[in-house]
Write a protein that binds this ligand. Sequence first.
Ligand SMILES: [Zn+2]
Length: 372
Amino acid sequence: MNSFDLREFRVITLEDVDNAVRAGAKELLVQPRAILTPSAKDRVTAKGLSIKGGCCDSCSTTGGGGCVSCSGKSGGSASAPNATEWDKILNSPEAEKIKDEIVAVGKKLWMRQYVDGNGGNISYRIAENAVICTPTLTSKADLKASDMCLVDLNGKQLAGSAARTSEILLHLEIYKAVPEAKACVHCHPAHATAYAITGRVPITCVIPEFEVFVGKVALSPYETPGTQKFAETVIPFVKKHNTVLLANHGIICWADTVTHAEWYVEVTDTYCWTLMLANQLGSPITHISPEKNDDLLQLKKKLGLPDIRHDAEALKECSLCDLPEFPGGIAVMPASVSGGPSNASSAPSSTEMESIVKSVTDAVMAAFSGKS
Ligand SMILES: [Zn+2]
């Protein structure tokens, strides 16, 4: 067995694994409780390398550091990575790509007027207990990769010269509650926030893209921004919703990538805007039939996107379109729609609706197959 010794490193990056691969390694020797970044872990699996050592018994057999069974247990102990090692994570080639993506997404948020002043914040979980995030008091139009911070899941800053955003606690509660969440985007887009300040969530079963990418939006109760109490308001919702409206505040979306989390913000805000415009037309909004909407939910399930309606009981309720999610979290139908069924003459035919569903399916599959 051709072993490659990486025991000098607490944190093992993709670059370290590639060096070992170039040297013809079949086995990596790592120190106890070593942390592998997600890309390093993927490369180990792709190359079929075995790992000797690792952070715990299960890591040494499955070939990765930063496992769930041992993460957090060593916090503050002598075996936690030191400042230089956290710097290494924040400056790894993998982190550089993420930081560039955060800078690009920050510009998109600002150009779409979803943030004002120093508002909004963006984060990405790069390792089990390490999250890259935007700094405080910086316009999202002016972000630089070198401004980014690294924090642990308790919000303690591990690396980066600028101070972390005060809103990171909100993102961290999502990472703790939802293992699939890798990225969060929080901002204050005007149309979605208009719903949030009137205690409303948008109705569903109207536009296919919204159903697939977002669907039922939750509304969390108001708390003072930046506090732990505020951060915890989203916990009851984030497992089954990738998008939460924050009462009297704004929106937060989580996803597998920073770019996708920003997409969900765009999809939600544009959808809220469209509903507002439609309501001004004075005609009832036409709904997608429950059967056709079920096609969209099936597609969504295949894509691994969360939706409270994946639960069979909730799906039954969905045919009533928009029951309250919890007392106080009201989903109010605009007056022009509450009268009931759609205007038959303006409803698309089933053939038209089938072609809409097909084109959305194709677009979504293309977007997801192009992501990696
Ligand atoms: Zn905010």
